[in-house]
Design a protein around this ligand. Structure first.
Ligand code: LLP
Length: 442
């Protein structure tokens, strides 16, 4: 089976250049660190476009596929433009993500709005901007969306999000398909939801089901289970309500390779399996092929991204750990402290140095848990070295915070030896731009 880009730890353009430095997208990482300062998110356009194309190829045997990039993994107007140009739509989960797609000038009918507690304002904004699909999560939202649609005299196409009761073996916080989850309708609640739609919520047009089983998934079997279950549920809807669902959304979740010990399946393997299972189940229940929606996030953007840091202070615990601190940490990458996530790194200005030592890379934030990488073998570090942590494209910038009143880093896009800012570094004035001093304090 062909390999795919999510199975690589580093961006596919990563090289060691003539100067002996690491380069990505033809750009020397030490030069990028100098030019744009650090911490710096670097996104390799070729890696990003390659995985998008691989997804398309992996599912091309199934004629009706809507690829929807899960914006929560990393969203900016430039990223939206690239993903759109690769023929993907967008899974958005907030007014902010929807607005970003809109400001990028993208056809809003290609957006699907997900989320378990969409607000009145967000639903209204989505309807006004012409968002194409709404994945409805619960009874409250059925009523709310119907009311807003009715006020606006609109009919809205919806998917019903269900909790499939499938557990995947990923970190507990990123499982979503198990029965005791906050997301979606329990299967036993579907008949009631359908009755309400048919009888009361007539501004809603039910088009299909939506499920998402979790994130950083390595097991292929659970996709089989999910597809079988969704098609079986579609058959039940046809029998009980005479309604033929013509769309099915199986969510995202495909894993990536953060470390040498992780072996995520390729998109080609997943694609083949999903199409085979889908066709078999459709035959079994005598159903016509629905439009298949996929919502990959991490596997699209993770490998394309790296983060550059400058090495600063160090501490040798007597008879213990050697810490080296970098100029970022849990505010630009909260994943190690939230999910015990592991990363690989190299020193961009001496990637070939073989005199390795075991060190722990700490961040600069005021928490003991602010450790980016525990126990990694790296060349002897010095203040000023540029550390490159791989596979940080997903859920780093999008989960970044201003903890300790630190400015969020910039992001640059690299391709063909060119680098372009796609997100400016926050300034000190940005940090206080929302602060207000009431008059009485003057
Ligand atoms: N669709 C739905 C409904 C989702 O909830 C998610 C992710 C996706 C698609 C995209 O899943 P992906 O392909 O990225 O695995 N912050 C965590 C990950 C949370 C994922 C939340 N939902 C992390 O850093 O690992």
């Amino acid at each position: 089976m062909n390999k795919s880009t999510n199975q690589s730890i580093k961006p596919i353009t990563t090289k060691i250049n003539k100067e002996g430095n690491l380069e990505i997208g033809g750009c020397d990482l030490t030069e990028l660190a100098n030019k744009y300062s650090t911490p710096l998110y670097v996104i390799d356009e070729i890696t990003l476009r390659t995985i998008c194309k691989e997804y398309k190829k992996a599912f091309k045997e199934y004629e009706k596929v809507n690829m929807m990039y899960a914006s929560k993994a990393f969203m900016s107007t430039a990223i939206a433009k690239i993903i759109n140009s690769e023929g993907f739509g967008f899974d958005a989960v907030s007014g902010g993500e929807i607005y970003t797609v809109y400001k990028a000038g993208i056809d809003m009918s290609k957006v699907l709005f997900n989320g378990n507690n969409k607000s009145y304002d967000e639903l209204e904004l989505a309807l006004e901007l012409g968002v194409g699909r709404f994945s409805v999560d619960n009874f409250f939202e059925l009523a709310l969306l119907n009311e807003i649609a009715k006020n606006k005299n609109k009919k809205v196409s919806i998917l019903l999000r269900i909790t499939p009761g499938i557990e995947c073996h990923t970190h507990e916080y990123i499982q979503t398909g198990h029965l005791d989850s906050k997301f979606g309708f329990d299967l036993t609640q579907i008949p009631e939801a359908m009755e309400l739609i048919q009888e009361q919520y007539t501004n809603l047009i039910p088009r299909g089901f939506h499920a998402h089983i979790g994130s950083q998934i390595f097991e292929t079997k659970i996709y089989e289970d999910e597809v079988e279950l969704l098609i079986k549920e579609m058959a039940l809807i046809k029998d009980k309500f005479g309604i033929i669902f013509d769309e099915v959304n199986i969510g995202g979740g495909l894993g990536v390779k953060y470390t040498n010990e992780e072996y995520p399946p390729s998109v080609f393997e997943i694609g083949k399996l999903i199409i085979k299972t889908l066709n078999k189940a459709l035959k079994k229940y005598s159903l016509k092929p629905p439009v298949l929606y996929l919502e990959p996030g991490r596997s699209i953007i993770s490998t394309a991204g790296v983060t550059l840091y400058t090495v600063g202070s160090s501490k040798q615990v007597p008879h213990g750990t050697k810490y080296w601190a970098v100029d970022g940490g849990m505010a630009d990458n909260p994943r190690p402290s939230m999910y015990q996530a592991k990363y690989k790194a190299q020193v961009a200005n001496k990637p070939c140095d073989e005199n390795l030592q075991k060190v722990t890379i700490a961040g600069k934030f005021c928490e003991s848990g602010d450790i980016l990488i525990k126990d990694i073998n790296l060349p002897e570090l010095e203040e000023g070295d540029v550390l490159c942590i791989f596979n940080t494209g997903a859920y780093n910038y999008s989960m970044a915070s201003n903890y300790n009143r630190f400015q969020k880093p910039a992001a640059v896009l690299v391709n063909n030896s060119q680098s372009d800012i796609i997100i400016n570094r926050e300034t000190l004035d940005d940090l206080i731009s929302h602060d207000v001093i009431p008059n009485r304090l003057d």
